[in-house]
Design a binder for this molecule. Structure first.
Ligand SMILES: NC(=O)c1ccc[n+]([C@@H]2O[C@H](COP(=O)([O-])OP(=O)(O)OC[C@H]3O[C@@H](n4cnc5c(N)ncnc54)[C@H](OP(=O)(O)O)[C@@H]3O)[C@@H](O)[C@H]2O)c1
Length: 332
């Protein structure tokens, strides 16, 4: 495993981190979840990402059990707050009330006294940013989180929050956006602003949820057991990538991966790590073998010719519009 600084902070994170959205507490059984976390640890992954909302709060519990007994100082545990975790109007968003309640719930479920990074899962249009940042400052000062991050915030939102964080003297160090060969919307605005401010990207779905593994074939039903067949939630989220045009072009990446001596999953993960503003790529997995495969992307350098060839294949199917970085227009 290789390690990078999280933004301009002193915190080191594993270049490849492990996340449990869709899988833990939902798509996969507990034994598979535990085996995936074991595989991650055995391969040198130290950074783990979850959220209060995943599997209706069950994902944090599974991760807490999976990491129990590990040396806490050897891990970086990240979670998030914003999406609804209960039926009440205050069980969601970034109000002081919900932040204070949600961090306590997360710590209890994760069986830890603190998280290393606490992230605003989206921007909350119905809470003043000052209220949110002051609540985050109290979370940091009470020792419940060491660093603050955001997720899917625009460049302007990151800039405003970063200025407040400086005033409050708390470290806002990261953004967690979607980023892959097929989804490059952060390149135009979010990345230049983040570079200027010293904010690092912890990118999600680097494999476009499995699509860039090449296992989904155009005109064919999805393989049994894959995310596209998960009726609980996975099939809905992956559907935007499952068009014949996308799947046909993804197949054209196979010879490029072979020439580079990489598997398709390794090529996809290595590709996001070529961007120096990316601090870590969060991989998901439903089976430990996937973790063993994907981690080999750490430290891989892709040459300029290969990157150009990849661009030529995916250009017509790549989303680049910065307006795609957005949060709900109303609190959910
Ligand atoms: N901040 C946010 O809003 C946000 C949103 C989404 C995700 N995230 C974070 O990002 C993490 C990763 O997201 P993701 O799970 O979509 O990432 P991903 O790495 O793009 O996709 C992971 C899925 O692809 C399939 N896969 C993985 N390795 C494979 C391999 N070697 N061969 C074939 N298939 C393989 C597996 O699904 P199957 O085996 O089931 O097909 C696996 O669960 C999440 O857990 C979460 O921590 C954050």
């Amino acid at each position: 495993m290789e390690f990078r600084h999280l933004g301009r902070s002193g915190l080191m994170v594993s270049e490849i981190s492990y996340g449990n959205w869709i899988t833990h507490g939902s798509q996969v059984e507990e034994d598979a979840a535990l085996a995936c976390v074991r595989a991650a640890l055995d391969n040198g992954i130290t950074t783990f990402d979850t959220a209060d909302v995943y599997a209706g709060t069950k994902a944090e519990e599974v991760l807490g059990r999976a990491l129990k007994g590990e040396r806490r100082e050897g891990l970086e545990i990240f979670t998030k707050v914003y999406w609804a975790t209960g039926p009440g109007r205050n069980d969601r968003g970034l109000s002081r009330k919900h932040i204070m309640e949600s961090i306590n719930g997360s710590l209890r479920r994760l069986q830890t006294d603190y998280v290393d990074l606490y992230q605003a899962h989206r921007y909350d249009v119905s809470t003043p940013l000052e209220e949110t940042m002051e609540a985050f400052a109290d979370v940091v000062h009470s020792g419940k989180a060491h660093y603050i991050g955001v997720s899917e915030w625009t460049a302007a939102q990151i800039r405003e929050a970063h200025a407040l964080a400086r005033e409050l003297r708390i470290p806002l160090v990261s953004n967690q956006p979607q980023y892959s060969m097929l989804w490059r919307v952060i390149e135009a605005e979010v990345i230049p602003t983040s570079e200027e401010l010293g904010v690092g990207q912890i990118v999600w779905s680097p494999m476009a949820q499995g699509v860039l593994s090449g296992k989904y074939l155009p005109g064919q039903p999805p393989p049994a057991g894959s995310r596209a067949t998960d009726e609980k939630s996975g099939s809905m989220f992956i559907s935007r990538f499952l068009t014949d045009e996308v799947l046909t072009r993804v197949q054209q990446l196979k010879p490029l991966a072979e020439q580079a001596g990489l598997t398709m999953p390794q090529l996809a993960v290595a590709w996001v790590l070529q961007n120096p503003n990316v601090s870590s790529a969060i991989i998901g997995a439903s089976r430990p073998e996937q973790v063993h495969d994907n981690v080999k992307a750490a430290g891989v350098k892709l040459d300029a010719g290969l990157l150009k060839a990849i661009d030529a294949v995916v250009d017509p199917i790549t989303e680049r519009d910065p307006a795609q970085t957005r949060s709900p227009a109303q609190r959910p």
